[in-house]
Design a protein around this ligand. Structure first.
Ligand code: FAS
Ligand code: PHB
Length: 393
């Protein structure tokens, strides 16, 4: 089998790259280890930056996003029994869109099927070969039959546990990592949200996040010890704890219901440098992981893919590798700023086990400064809404 670009992974990064390339007339094959249903069953991100929406507009897959997505002009941050609104519209004249990653994946899968592009699901033993050559290959097994794709480029969109990043010679990569001493327990429930915008709460019992997917579906999280198992968290225990952390009028009026999805995710900050080796390019979680507190993971995957698409389009139209050669440097500038912001949101809004009074005083002073400074709120707003994809500077 031969194609121009072999894409490993049918998450948001792989599917979005496939869609952009297809619209540019560049042939790509997507290889995915799981089934379509499994990929769609994963509940993950919920907040889109305007830059990500623009890329989805350009990709021609944003019709449902514009009809069903919710525009949010701000968020609230709870601390010491009070909630403070960060008004993006007033501060920086911008907003974010609440639209689940699952729906983006569905929109992209439908567009790819409608376009007749090749996606191979439930493939196994995927391996990349000759990535430093001009004729890299991807071998795999599907339905018990071994096969190989010859291509010009390989896009490693296979997430943190994929095969792409480990295929780069260890000496060529520098890995940066921070792990956090807690996880997020997330619940999806078909009840109406009792909050108009997202609430990030730093309570004395720990962090909680009140989010949503639609006017009839909530997505809620509580910080939990890493060693907790999902079996220890009944729906009743979750909602009691969530109420105690969110507090105030929301706790009093909120409606709860049975979870339709419940899981615990660890938090980490991770960046692999560079994000390319020869003709293998890493995009999205294959290259970096940010704690979800900043709502950046999915949005970084979109900006990586936008830069890679531009480099590939330039190559096939102008036979220039300029964009491809600076792909990693262009991505990492934005990745590190998002990693910093996600680390800052995580350190300011969570209760860390084993810290001393000084740590707690500094955290309180940081939040007190945020709530009393328009400049500090503008900084949070421009990072949360997302830094420009194509900075003019
Ligand atoms: P993905 O991991 O989504 O997709 C990679 C794909 O590659 C998967 O479908 C996988 O099956 C496939 N794959 C892996 N190895 C393969 C192989 N060897 N061969 C073929 N296919 C292979 N981000 C937020 O912004 N907000 C959140 O609340 C949030 N919550 C999250 C919760 C969890 C549990 C996780 C894991 C992540 C969360 N994220 C969140 C981050 C998440 O949204 C990612 O940023 C986003 O999925 C990145 O997309 P991809 O890079 O496409 O990676
Ligand atoms: C979500 O809705 O899943 C969500 C929203 C914002 C975050 C993290 C998760 O920061």
């Amino acid at each position: 089998m031969r194609t121009q670009v072999a894409i490993i992974g049918a998450g948001p990064a792989g599917l979005l790259l496939g869609q952009l390339l297809h619209r540019a007339g560049i042939d790509a094959v997507i290889l995915e280890q799981r089934s379509r249903e499994y990929v769609l069953g994963r509940i993950r991100a919920g907040v889109l930056e305007p830059g990500t929406v623009e890329v989805l507009d350009y990709a021609g897959v944003s019709k449902r996003l514009h009809s069903d997505g919710l525009t949010h002009d701000g968020i609230e941050i709870g601390f010491e029994g009070r909630r403070h609104r960060i008004d993006f519209k007033d501060l920086i004249g911008s907003s974010v869109t609440v639209y689940g990653q699952t729906e983006i994946t569905r929109d992209l899968m439908e567009a790819r099927a409608a376009g007749g592009a090749v996606s191979l699901y439930e493939v196994h033993d995927v391996a990349v070969h000759d990535i430093a050559s001009h004729s890299p290959k991807v071998s795999f097994v599907r339905n018990g039959v071994a096969d190989t794709i010859e291509c010009d480029f390989i896009a490693g969109c296979d997430g943190f546990h994929g095969v792409s990043r480990p295929s780069i010679p260890a000496g060529a990569l520098t890995l940066h990592e921070r792990t956090y001493p807690f996880g997020w327990l997330g619940v999806l429930a078909d009840v109406p949200p009792s909050w108009p915008e997202l609430i990030y709460a730093n309570s004395d019992r720990g962090f909680a996040l009140a989010s949503m997917r639609s006017p009839t579906r909530v997505r809620c999280y509580v910080q939990c010890p890493l060693q907790d198992r999902i079996e220890e968290w009944s729906d009743g225990r979750f909602w009691d704890e969530f109420r105690r952390r969110i507090g105030g009028d929301v706790a009093e009026r909120m409606i709860t219901g049975p979870s339709i999805e419940k899981g615990i995710a660890p938090l980490r900050s991770f960046v692999a440098e560079p994000m390319q080796f020869g003709n293998l390019f890493l995009a999205g979680d294959a290259a970096h992981i940010v704690p979800p507190t900043g709502a950046k993971g999915l949005n970084l995957a979109a900006s990586d893919v936008w830069y890679l698409y531009q480099g590939l389009r330039e190559f096939y139209r102008e036979r220039s590798r300029a964009g491809l050669d600076r792909y990693s440097q262009r991505c990492l500038g934005r990745v590190w700023k998002a990693a910093r912001f996600s680390w800052w949101m995580t350190t300011q809004l969570h209760r860390f086990p084993g810290t001393d009074a000084f740590h707690d005083k500094i955290q309180a002073a940081e939040l007190d400064y945020l709530f009393s400074s328009r400049a500090a709120q503008c900084s949070l707003a421009e990072n949360y809404v997302g830094l420009p994809l194509d900075p003019r500077s």
